[in-house]
Write a protein that binds this ligand. Sequence first.
Ligand code: ATP
Length: 370
Amino acid sequence: DSDSGSRPRRDYLRIEGVTRRFDDTLAVDGVSLAIAEREIFALLGSSGCGKTTLLRMLAGLEAPDAGRIVLDGEDLAAVPAYRRPTNMMFQSYALFPHLTVEQNVAFGLWQERPRLARAEVAARVAAMLELVQMQRYARRKPHELSGGQQQRVALARSLAKEPKLLLLDEPLAALDKKIRQRTQLELVNLIERVGVTCILVTHDQEEAMTMAGRIGVMNEGRLLQVGTPGEIYETPNCRFTAEFVGETNLFRGRVDGGALHCEDFPAPILLPADADPDDGGEAWLSVRPERVALSRAGAAPAGAGCNAAVGEVAEIAYLGSHSVYHVRLANGRIVIASVASAQWRDAAPPTWGDAVRVAWFAPDGVVLTR
Ligand code: ATP
């Protein structure tokens, strides 16, 4: 942030040991998290992991059984939903079908206390519609808009009340893939221009990575890892994150003398030097497919410091910029390699049944102990 005069506070929102149980389901299990002012943060997890429940507790639609939520120095426990400085935007946008675009955006403003003057409401609505570039549609009804336009109106409505915290629950789920990708960037741009702190809930890892500065990975009510998209992808801290965010090759084995002894790999696997798992313990190694080099089995073998094995091509998915190869080793184990199409400029790419070698540098693996 270049604006040194107003440095964003790093713990603008503090979630401290928040827990929520429904009957025998621990929906949210002791989640602690600090979010900076003006940050865009994504809660990422599959269906049922508790991300929506956490969001609803921030909005005041659900009360925690334990823990505290502090926003901008204020403990929210005693603040009812309608008085919270938060605004939640849902999947379905929930625009009122009988109201025009501008009436929809103005809707929440009429309930502000102290009351806003009519001119003030009109000015804020106009500013918001300009922000999302929907001025031209001010008199239309929601059914006369595209999905992307409805989404922008819903955002304008959420921002009109100038919330301290914007909560987005799968905001783009209703859009088709192509529009969704464009809208992700548009939305980030808008949120950054407004400068509102934002928490986004999604099960879509690409969406989380595209939109958020940091991601929190959730599973079974727990927050497993928090980090930038790069940190989460490159250095997952557990098997769940490694497999949930992107594709990976996981090798399970016993650690002995700095190597992983693994039943489904032909040789002890060299581990990165900085990983120091206990000898004799069980561990997993995660190797991203794009870290796995693929060559013809007859080519010069991989150099020192590499883990390598020979197998045959079992499957290929050609994706334009790259291809994903499934290579079956002699023992049946599949190793996935993602290979840039540019690699085959001077030679034909290997095809089904060809004998190939997969190899990766030891430092490119990530050791996981849980
Ligand atoms: P989705 O993406 O499908 O919305 P989620 O990650 O947002 O999933 P939550 O909606 O937070 O998950 O639900 C977490 C767990 O709590 C689930 O097992 C769910 O069945 C349960 N749960 C949520 N709300 C209630 C409720 N009102 N009553 C009972 N159980 C609930």
